[in-house]
Ligand binder design. Structure first.
Ligand code: TTP
Ligand code: MG
Length: 526
């Protein structure tokens, strides 16, 4: 408990980490803001939000104490979290060349362009309530977007605050986007001063070899076209996808460019040393939460995923790690192919009826399929098993469940029954096994820690038993009927005869079961 009582009460302010500021300025400015605003409504609101965050972190820490006590669960979650991260890694596609353009101190730059005498003075656009942006001179004082104007003035008494003039910004923006559309007519306009371009078709259609030199030549051409039309400067990031190019565009601001080499190692290296705040989607509050939990840099996220896998919901975990690895869409169409109707895994092999081999293969396929479910956050209603027989004929059996197929055991149990039934019909063996899940649904909150290691030998044993017990042959049915009749019709005086008859029928049933089992095992072990 003492650990919790000592929980640090961080009062630093939610300060935007904008280009032009460094960590020291950020910390110093936080102190100044605190001094300046103590007792104000702004300060009280800020403390209220801080308290909320402190409470969330406190709860997180308590939950984590439970997790640390359960080593088995921790290990399972660790494996699952690492599995998810590996899967996310597999989605990396480095084939495209994406540009992200972001104008420098956009609103302020337009104002300074129109009033050049302001160039070396601290300038902000906004009003007393809120600063929309500031020039790089003002940023040194801590004046940044989203800061209340009255604080900005206290931080920088000489600050010149200009009222926004949206028409001017829109006009400049229109010119910029028109120029960019010459390079990619499907460009994605993110805001007045930001756009994503997929430049792959441009390089291809102009037969330009992709190299740092050719990329830089295009960057310079773009920037000079924009400058000549607007007298404004831009910064450009180039990488294999949108998220990386956006982060890269901030790297050498203002009037800069940065190219991230398009390969997995370079991309992970680029992300690794970034502060988590640089990940799009992590705002000041999330940053604070993660920092309290010991996550400062992207590398921390990658080194300690288990705790976050346990604390966050799975969608948020995926989004966070996808971004942390620098993976995102690189086309203008959303890259989520979520409209998938089914997931299936299959394996071909030499014609076989080896039950152990087929069970193990089945288990492997289920493992892979379960990973799909887990990663894609889906559940299924229908499971199908499909085989190809000796004559290359397909046989498929399906089962649709009212409840959903969600865990690995669900898939194993249901699928195993289907496979077993197919095998009975294919005594010559099979040469392909496919397990398919369909009727998919997105899952909001998946239980974590569901990947339990299943012992394949035990599984084969239990499943075989379950299947056989359930399988009552016609002959057995008749014997059981017979047994019932004997029991109900015999009178008390015929007790001994009845006993003998019952025993005889029971023995027959056992005998029948034994031969049936032996028959099955023999066939499977052929
Ligand atoms: P940004 O591109 O975030 O900032 P910027 O262009 O001013 O500075 P940078 O050099 O760092 O890119 O935003 C573009 C414009 O959007 C900005 O000039 C003003 C407006 N804006 C707001 O009105 N409120 C905000 O909180 C932010 C971040 C931007
Ligand atoms: Mg900008």
């Amino acid at each position: 408990m003492s650990q919790l009582n000592e929980f640090p009460k961080n009062t630093s302010h939610f300060m935007k980490d904008k280009p032009g500021m460094n960590q020291t300025t950020r910390e110093e400015i936080n102190k100044i803001i605190e001094e300046l605003t103590k007792g104000s409504v702004y300060y009280n609101k800020h403390i209220e939000e801080k308290t909320k965050i402190d409470n969330i972190v406190r709860q997180y820490k308590l939950k984590l104490q439970d997790l640390y006590k359960d080593i088995e669960l921790f290990t399972r979650l660790k494996n699952e979290a690492e599995l998810r991260i590996d899967h996310i890694r597999k989605n990396r596609n480095t084939s495209q060349i994406c540009f992200h353009l972001d104008m420098d101190m956009f609103f302020a730059a337009v104002e300074i362009r129109d009033n050049p005498h302001l160039e070396h003075l601290p300038v902000a656009v906004g009003d007393k309530r809120m600063i929309a942006t500031s020039n790089y001179v003002a940023r040194k004082f801590g004046v940044v977007s989203a800061l209340p104007g009255f604080i900005a003035i206290k931080l920088c008494p000489d600050l010149i605050i200009i009222k926004p003039n949206m028409e001017k910004y829109q006009e400049a923006s229109g010119k910029i986007m028109r120029i960019l559309s010459e390079y990619d007519n499907r460009l994605e306009v993110r805001s007045l001063d930001e756009a994503n371009l997929n430049m792959t078709p441009y390089f291809e259609s102009n037969s330009i070899n992709v190299s740092n030199d050719s990329i830089m030549a295009i960057i310079n051409e773009m920037k000079s076209k924009i400058y000549s039309k607007t007298k404004l400067t831009a910064s450009i990031g180039v990488a294999s996808n949108k998220i990386l190019s956006k982060i890269a565009s901030d790297k050498n601001k203002p009037n800069g460019a940065f190219i991230v080499e398009r390969n997995e190692d370079a991309e992970e290296l680029f992300m690794k040393d970034l502060k988590i705040r640089k990940i799009p989607g992590i705002g000041d509050k999330s940053e604070m939460k993660y920092q309290f939990l010991g996550y400062n840099k992207v590398s921390d996220l990658l080194e300690k995923p288990t705790e976050l896998y346990y604390l966050l919901n799975i969608q948020n975990f995926d989004i966070l790690y996808k971004s942390a690895l620098g993976i995102s869409s690189n086309s203008h169409n959303d890259d989520r192919s979520d409209n998938k109707k089914s997931y299936s895994r299959s394996k071909t092999f030499n014609l076989t009826y080896d039950f152990n081999y087929l069970s193990e293969t089945f288990h492997e396929l289920v493992d892979e399929l379960f990973e799909d479910l887990l990663i894609e956050n889906i559940i299924a209603k229908t499971i199908s098993v499909e085989v190809l027989d000796a004559n290359l004929e397909v046989m498929s059996l399906s089962k649709t469940k009212d409840s959903s197929i969600e865990t690995k055991e669900d898939i194993l149990k249901e699928g195993f029954h289907l496979m077993h039934n197919i095998l009975k019909a294919k005594p010559d063996g099979i040469r392909l096994l496919r397990v398919k899940l369909s009727k998919l649904e997105m899952l909001k909150n998946r239980k974590r820690g569901v990947v339990k290691e299943v012992n394949i030998k035990n599984l084969i044993k239990t499943m075989s038993e379950v299947i056989k017990i359930k399988e009552v042959s016609k002959e057995e049915k008749n014997l059981r009927k017979n047994l019932k009749n004997i029991k109900s019709t015999s009178k008390n005086k015929e007790k001994n005869i009845k006993k003998g008859k019952v025993k005889a029928v029971k023995d027959k049933i056992v005998q029948l079961k034994l031969t049936d089992n032996q028959f099955l095992y023999k066939r499977y072990n052929n």
